[in-house]
Design a protein around this ligand. Structure first.
Ligand code: SAH
Ligand code: F3S
Length: 484
């Protein structure tokens, strides 16, 4: 339970993000990021844009010239957390009067100019596709005007910007490959806040990976709202692909091909990806994963519900049976694959039977990890407009607890399967609980801790698993792995 709740909390917790600073830069940027990994990566893009404008990052709010908060709208609680942070900034601004405050990301896109009225402290509001306009917007602000740019783009992928890595461990990094989402799940605000889906030129992706590899990074996670629907055929929206010339279609690159290109070109680098949508996941992707040792054997495969009625109401484009068939095929091709879920309990009209179907599906898959949420109505979504949020809060809470408890049981079942095995681990940092232990992950994404001995950050080590909890493996290193 503790582990699962921690994960949920981390998803909405902000962090002051910092990097190594340039001497010639004179202004100070305090930037915080809430929500998904994509937001974290966007903050790195923003830091790169502002680095050119003379800003260094700082961890000290009180000394900032500019405070930016990259926001999340996915659930009401995420928005409430940001509002509370704005109050804190307000208190600091009473002392540091020259400090400017900007809101980035999904809340900026959702609330637009309204933000300026609702939160007097805010000087600028910038949506996820408008970060390149930040220098102009800051000029406006310095001349005493409020500045807003929330225009969504059909083209922008920030493929030409090298992100400045923030709070980096120097070992693992994120690289965005798609932006936006076209799926229109009825509960989800993302298609409204992040706009239409578009893919990034594979050349610029490979170039960014190369830069990271040259800097000694060992693991790259390819990011998108829906990575499996990645498709490059020259830019623009995916729907236009159908109209594109045959030549463009013949030279198109899909997600399986992109993964293959990355894994082949950088055989010593680990690749992960997130998030996969079941309806778009092709078995080509699984075969590509099977072909390359350096593509990690882990898929985050959100299902949201185990009930066909709920899946339909959510506009998920697959049935429970199709999902189970996909899972069967994945385990058939790669038996050691780890799978994780996102689950929503208490969606509009969810009956006790629907909930039982969810528990039953979980029992079938036995996910390694899970991210579980009570349904939170979002304004503007189809469910928000047309469906009744009719499951009482106490019922949602009880169902959430049941789902979390079952996930906990399955997580323990999965970690126990590793006992006695020797597994390759990439060292990512010091264990939070014990400064004499390293922490890293195996290919399945399970965290392992083990005594540091002579090993170093970024080493690939073979670790014998001797004990486990439901969240962590505990082991001892038996030598470097062949990848080191
Ligand atoms: N494809 C995206 C999904 C983003 S939202 C990705 O890259 O992860 C992450 C998860 O939040 C969803 O899978 C869903 O389980 C949950 N979620 C989205 N909207 C929600 C809502 N209105 N209430 C509760 N949970 C929600
Ligand atoms: Fe949201 Fe569904 Fe896309 S959950 S991000 S609309 S795949």
């Amino acid at each position: 339970m503790e582990h699962v709740e921690k994960i949920i909390d981390e998803k909405i917790q902000g962090k002051a993000l910092v990097t190594e600073n340039k001497k010639e830069n004179t202004k100070k940027l305090f930037i915080e990021s809430y929500g998904c990994q994509m937001n974290m990566n966007d903050s790195e893009i923003v830091a790169a844009i502002l680095d050119k404008e003379g800003y260094n990052t700082t961890q000290i709010l009180e000394e900032a010239d500019l405070v930016l908060v990259n926001t999340c709208s996915i659930r009401e609680k995420a928005e409430t957390t940001v509002r509370k942070r704005l109050q804190k900034y307000n208190a600091v601004k009473q002392v540091n009067k020259k400090m400017k405050v900007g809101v980035l990301g999904c809340m900026a896109e959702r609330l637009k100019e309204k933000f300026l009225e609702e939160e007097k402290i805010v000087d600028l509001v910038v949506g996820p596709d408008a970060y390149k306009d930040l220098p102009n917007l800051l000029d406006e602000v310095s001349e005493g005007r409020d500045a807003v740019n929330v225009i969504l783009s059909k083209e922008e992928t920030y493929g030409d910007i090298s992100p400045v890595r923030l709070n980096s461990n120097g070992v693992s990094a994120f690289v965005s490959i798609t932006r936006g989402c076209d799926n229109m799940c009825t509960f989800c605000v993302v298609p409204f806040t992040r706009g239409r889906e578009r893919s990034r030129d594979p050349k610029s992706i490979l170039e960014e990976v190369r830069q990271m590899v040259d800097k000694n990074f060992k693991e790259i996670t390819l990011l998108g709202q829906n990575v499996d629907s990645y498709l490059w055929y020259g830019g623009g929206l995916k729907k236009d692909f159908k109209k594109a010339s045959e030549m463009a279609q013949a030279t198109a690159v899909d997600f399986a091909q992109l993964l293959d290109m990355c894994a082949t070109e950088f055989p010593k680098t680990r690749f992960r990806f997130s998030t996969s949508n079941p309806q778009d996941m092709s078995l080509d992707v699984i075969h590509t994963m099977a072909k390359h040792k350096n593509i990690c054997k882990y898929i985050h495969l959100p299902v949201q519900s185990g009930s066909n009625a709920m899946l339909k109401a959510m506009n998920r484009q697959h049935t429970r049976e199709e999902y189970m068939e996909l899972v069967d095929n994945i385990y058939k091709i790669i038996p050691e694959m780890a799978l994780s879920q996102d689950m929503i309990v208490g969606f509009c009209g969810e009956t006790e039977q629907d909930h039982q179907d969810t528990l039953d599906l979980m029992e079938y898959v036995k996910y390694d990890f899970g991210f579980m949420f009570a349904y939170s109505e979002r304004p503007g979504t189809l469910a928000g407009k047309k469906m009744d949020d009719d499951v009482p809060a106490d019922v949602k809470k009880r169902r959430l607890t049941e789902v979390i408890n079952l996930q906990q049981k399955h997580a323990l079942y999965r970690t126990q399967q590793h006992l006695g095995k020797v597994e390759e681990v990439l060292i990512e940092g010091t264990s939070k609980k014990d400064p004499n232990q390293w922490k890293g992950r195996n290919t399945q994404n399970t965290v392992i801790v083990f005594p540091k001995e002579h090993y170093k950050l970024g080493d690939f080590v073979n670790v014998k698993v001797e004990d486990c909890t439901s969240a962590t493996l505990i082991g001892i290193a038996v030598g470097y792995s062949e990848n080191n």
